[in-house]
Design a protein around this ligand. Structure first.
Ligand SMILES: C[S@@+](CC[C@H](N)C(=O)[O-])C[C@H]1O[C@@H](n2cnc3c(N)ncnc32)[C@H](O)[C@@H]1O
Length: 411
């Protein structure tokens, strides 16, 4: 019984192969799969094989490894620290195994794991962590466990905080438009490692519910700001928590630098000497129309799209948007924060020449379970928004792309 268990047991170890001779016999699919990792480890690879797959040949052509175009012959393992035996000739493999045993070179065998003195684990990497999985003789299971661990590390669902190299200071994380699956892998991992999360109303709020109980979640809109501006109070909260040694995530909707005041926060942190990492996010500007089936560009229909903020009315002198110029564009216009001013925006665009027949749509709470799309034309946009009771957050899309559907064709 014990003997049987030992047969299947292996002692895991990480080989440091840099500059050390590794002999690879055979250059088929197995070698092709293993060579990149051997080369990445800096091994001095000698490949012995009469032929090779095109991608292995390419590695030889670029000088990453030395290739001797011939079959295995005894003596090839001289000076090797490690060998990969994977020719398509079982006798050559057996002879190479014997040579490896005699020379005490650890060797893997692609055709007979039982005759090997080493097994290759299923490996994966995530942010400086190497995951290596051995499951006796079930490579598919090894790969499945590897995938689960790597995926968990990447998306933060496997809680494995860095202890020595935690991201210091504040991470400005773009959370995407609302669907919790639309945050980046890095954003999700930083969220999982945070001590404090300061979140906006927009963005993937469902993710907050998944955070462990020790994480302090602060609603940015509820920070008391007294005599300061609300934004200054948020900046100060970021600085205070970071100075207290906490790993702070500032979770923002969409992308931090698209109408998100992300740079103001980065500037305040820089002024306070706090390190700041910016993690881009999927902006609602493209993803919300897309989720509602509207492509912001389409060949033969629109070769440009322009994103503007509609939070200041077009006739307000504080508006920095050149609405008359926008009215002359043929492409797609995406308006954020424009629900309240939608009638005035439509009227201004028409007054400066954009046709009232131009298709328009409003997408409310895009990518979430409550997503709603309402269609109109530029002439009816304001009234439609009012009659349908559209509420922020919503994106206005104006342009012929609104009428493009999977069934329509411009050929
Ligand atoms: C202050 S801006 C922030 C934009 C964000 N930084 C981004 O890149 O998506 C807020 C506006 O973004 C738009 N928005 C954000 N998320 C949205 C969503 N899920 N559905 C519709 N509009 C959204 C709305 O126009 C909203 O008023």
């Amino acid at each position: 019984m014990a003997e049987h268990a030992a047969e299947h047991a292996a002692y895991p170890v990480g080989l440091r192969l840099s500059g050390r001779r590794v002999v690879v016999l055979g250059a088929g699919q197995v070698a092709q799969r293993r060579l990149p990792a051997l080369l990445a480890a800096g091994a001095d690879v000698l490949l012995v094989s009469p032929s090779a797959t095109p991608s292995v040949e390419a590695m030889a052509d670029t000088g990453e490894l030395r290739w001797e175009r011939r079959p295995y012959r005894p003596g090839d393992l001289e000076g090797a620290w490690y060998a990969l035996i994977s020719t398509d000739d079982p006798e050559a493999n057996a002879a190479a195994s014997r040579e490896a045993e005699e020379r005490r070179v650890w060797a893997v065998r692609s055709d007979d794991a039982g005759a090997a003195t080493a097994w290759t684990p299923a490996t994966g990497h995530s942010e400086g962590v190497t995951v290596a999985v051995l499951t006796g003789r079930d490579p598919r299971r090894s790969a499945a466990v590897r995938d689960a661990v790597v995926e968990g590390l990447r998306d933060g669902s496997l809680a494995a905080p860095h202890h020595r190299a935690r991201t210091k200071g504040v991470a400005l994380v773009g959370g995407g438009p609302g669907d919790p699956d639309l945050i980046t892998v890095r954003g999700r991992r930083l969220l999982a490692e945070a001590d404090v999360v300061i979140a906006d109303r927009l963005g993937p709020r469902d993710l907050l519910a998944e955070l462990p109980p020790h994480v302090e979640i602060i609603d940015a809109a509820k920070i008391p700001y007294g005599r300061f501006m609300a934004q200054e109070a948020i900046n100060q909260a970021l600085i205070d928590h970071a100075k207290a040694g906490k790993a702070v995530v500032r979770l923002k909707g969409g992308d931090p630098f698209v109408f998100g005041r992300g740079m103001e926060e980065a500037q305040a942190l820089a002024e306070a000497g706090i390190p700041c990492t910016v993690v881009p996010g999927i902006s609602s500007t493209i993803s919300v129309p897309g989720a509602a089936g509207i492509p912001v560009t389409h060949r033969g229909v629109a070769h440009e799209f322009t994103v503007v903020s509609g939070h200041v009315a077009p006739d307000d002198e504080r508006s920095l948007v050149d609405w008359p110029a926008l009215a002359r564009l043929r492409g797609t216009l995406v308006v954020l924060m424009g629900v309240g001013n939608s009638a005035a925006i439509a009227a201004t665009l028409m007054a400066h020449g954009r046709s009232g027949d131009t298709p328009a749509a409003v997408v409310q709470e895009g990518t979430t379970a409550a997503q709603r799309r309402v269609d109109a034309t530029l002439a009816t946009l304001g009234e439609t928004v009012r009659a349908e009771g559209v509420r922020p957050p919503a994106v206005l899309v104006i342009g012929d792309v609104v009428a493009v559907t999977p069934g329509s064709s411009v050929e």
